[in-house]
Design a protein around this ligand. Structure first.
Ligand SMILES: [Zn+2]
Length: 213
């Protein structure tokens, strides 16, 4: 029996795109996806795995850049904190590449969640966790109002969003702070429990982004 300790969500400021619905198909760990949306999630997870692995590898490199980037997001150079973040990112990378062999059930659909979408607040996805297993449910906005990928360090795209949700399934479920700039303002304790911090740290490591102070 899986016990989900928390329910978390991810808002996004809107853009405007249209998408055409396709017939549904199902598989074990990626469920209720049209072929188009299955491809989008597959691509997002492939990129999320690369970003998470980049984050873990960077931390373990011990380079000056690693120390500076970690400090900018997590406000500490404590070895235990680094080991924890690297371990979580490693689990995310493994899960994101596991496909049908993974332990997270990833739905392209909201599965009963009321997806709020107005001018100021847009729900894009929910991640649930018990620290290992989990379920990710996706609101339509994820597919229609995110870019699939952006090379801009500060931009939230589908891949970075999926990494965020995967962090929830691996036990990161503290109070949520969203956005590249906002997560830099968190103290160490808050950042270490904030999924968005893991997501943007990984993206920065992957893209070799300039360290924000
Ligand atoms: Zn979240």
């Amino acid at each position: 029996m899986r016990f989900f300790q928390t329910l978390v969500l991810l808002p996004l400021i809107a853009g405007n795109l249209a998408v055409i619905a396709r017939p549904l198909e199902e598989r074990a760990s990626l469920a209720k996806c049209s072929s188009e949306r299955k491809q989008m999630i597959d691509d997002a997870l492939t990129k999320a795995a690369k970003m998470a692995q980049s984050g873990a590898d960077l931390i373990r490199s011990g380079s000056d850049y690693s120390t500076d980037l970690f400090q900018s997001f997590f406000k500490t150079d404590d070895d235990q904190a680094k080991t924890r973040v690297a371990g979580v990112l490693e689990k995310i990378a493994t899960e994101a590449l596991a496909g049908d062999n993974g332990v997270v059930n990833y739905y392209c659909t909201p599965e009963g969640i009321n997806c709020i979408d107005d001018h100021s607040f847009i729900m894009t996805a929910y991640g649930e966790t018990d620290g290992t297993y989990g379920r990710i449910r996706t609101c339509p906005a994820y597919f229609t109002k995110f870019p699939q990928w952006s090379d801009v360090c500060t931009v939230l795209d589908q891949a970075t969003s999926s990494l965020h949700e995967m962090a929830h399934t691996k036990g990161i479920f503290g109070p949520e702070t969203y956005g590249y700039n906002a997560v830099h303002l968190l103290n160490s304790t808050a950042a270490l429990e904030n999924a968005e911090s893991y997501a943007f740290f990984s993206k920065s490591a992957f893209l070799n982004c300039t360290v924000s102070k």
